[in-house]
Design a protein around this ligand. Structure first.
Ligand SMILES: NC(=O)c1ccc[n+]([C@@H]2O[C@H](COP(=O)([O-])OP(=O)(O)OC[C@H]3O[C@@H](n4cnc5c(N)ncnc54)[C@H](OP(=O)(O)O)[C@@H]3O)[C@@H](O)[C@H]2O)c1
Length: 347
């Protein structure tokens, strides 16, 4: 498929990619400490996302967070080819993709990864994640009340059968690192116990109003790099992911005040906080001034330890991506998906 992509050209007002901090993984490899999200939230088309990928690379991004379910990997692939064709070495890029929930069966994993590789026009991925720990299919774009008739809870043996295939992807040289997403501490404990190759990263919702301090500490202690999604509080998220009690990070008065001291936009402040705390934020934007501002925030002067303390204090425990569509039986609350009480919710 052809797209009208902008050319790749290093932007004079961009950020030198070598100045962007990096996080070391247990393999010794390094991941850029900020990436560009590529989920168009059901309202930004793939062409616009692909154009943003080229634009973001031009201003200094080298890390792109993709997934087959975003439905745009074939377009993002054209963007990556433009970037590499424009002179960026493949080894200087970090590309993540994710296994969707309808591909957990043993025989489906490797073909699903090969499909993402073909779409992204790559020989290997830097990171391949299991997008959700539930093998429950629901159509992209469905609303929060949608339920799969075949929905199942987290079953560890079945997750490990999927994981063994991800390990095989490393053996095959198709993937450099493997990881998890949307996990909890009790699930991760079991995976760490049984994995031949431990997760290198865990992608999780992280923003100032949803800091997940326990899970954050746990993954860091286990040598897993936390990648933070919805780092700005996802102001453009789909309607199905909006609830009346959700709070708005970029309107938080403490965050707005500290952002003002540092002459940062409140969204950029979320990025600065994330990078300084030690997670890897992956903000989405298709607007140049936004994605450039977010990248600049990643290399801006640190806020003070006192300000970081104040920002730790604004956590509201406000989970935005609740995951209702993954519920497997009637009468459940979305909280059951997140193992409240520290035990895996029984089937
Ligand atoms: N693993 C998972 O299950 C999972 C779940 C959700 C998301 N993700 C990943 O995480 C990425 C980021 O999450 P997200 O897209 O939901 O939320 P987000 O990055 O927190 O927010 C993106 C929204 O913020 C706006 N924005 C970006 N920079 C801005 C700035 N400097 N000032 C003002 N507004 C700004 C964007 O609009 P404009 O385009 O207009 O700038 C967009 O509407 C996704 O794209 C995806 O790659 C992963």
């Amino acid at each position: 498929m052809t797209t009208s992509l902008p050319p790749f050209a290093i932007a004079p007002d961009g950020v030198d990619p070598r100045a962007v901090p990096r996080r070391r993984l247990r393999s010794g490899a390094e991941i850029p400490a900020i990436g560009l999200g590529t989920f168009g939230s059901d309202h930004v088309g793939g062409e616009a996302v692909a154009a943003a990928v080229v634009g973001a690379a031009s201003v200094g991004y080298r890390h792109f967070d993709c997934a087959s379910v975003y439905g745009n990997e074939h377009l993002v692939g054209a963007a990556l080819q433009t970037i590499v064709g424009g002179g960026v070495r493949r080894e200087d890029l970090w590309v993540t993709s994710k296994l969707w929930n309808d591909q957990h069966a043993q025989d489906d994993v490797i073909p699903a990864c090969r499909k993402s590789l073909a779409d992204l026009r790559l020989d290997y991925l830097d990171l391949y994640l299991v997008h959700w720990p539930f093998p429950n299919f629901h159509p992209p774009g469905c609303d929060a009340s949608s339920r799969s008739p075949d929905a199942r809870p987290y079953l560890h043996e079945s997750f490990m059968r999927t994981w063994r295939q991800l390990e095989k992807l490393i053996d095959l040289g198709l993937v450099r690192h493997i990881g998890t997403s949307n996990m909890t501490i009790p699930k991760l404990r079991l995976v760490l116990r049984d994995a031949r190759i431990a997760p290198a990263c865990n992608e999780m919702e992280l923003h100032p109003h949803f800091q997940q301090p326990e899970l954050f500490r746990f993954v860091v202690e286990q040598g897993i790099v936390p990648i933070g999604y919805c780092p700005l509080g996802s102001p453009g998220r789909p309607a199905r992911d909006r609830a009346p009690d959700d709070t708005v990070d970029v309107e938080d008065p403490v965050l707005v005040r500290i952002a003002g001291h540092h002459r940062l936009h409140p969204a950029a402040m979320c990025v600065r906080w994330a990078v300084q705390r030690g997670q890897v934020p992956i903000p989405f934007s298709v607007r140049r001034e936004h994605y450039l501002g977010n990248l600049r925030a990643a290399v801006s002067e640190p806020v003070t330890p006192e300000e970081m303390g104040e920002l730790a204090g604004i956590d509201r425990g406000c989970r935005l991506i609740k995951g209702q569509v993954f519920l497997w039986k009637d009468g459940q609350s979305w909280a059951d998906l997140w193992d409240p009480g520290g035990e895996i919710t029984p089937p």
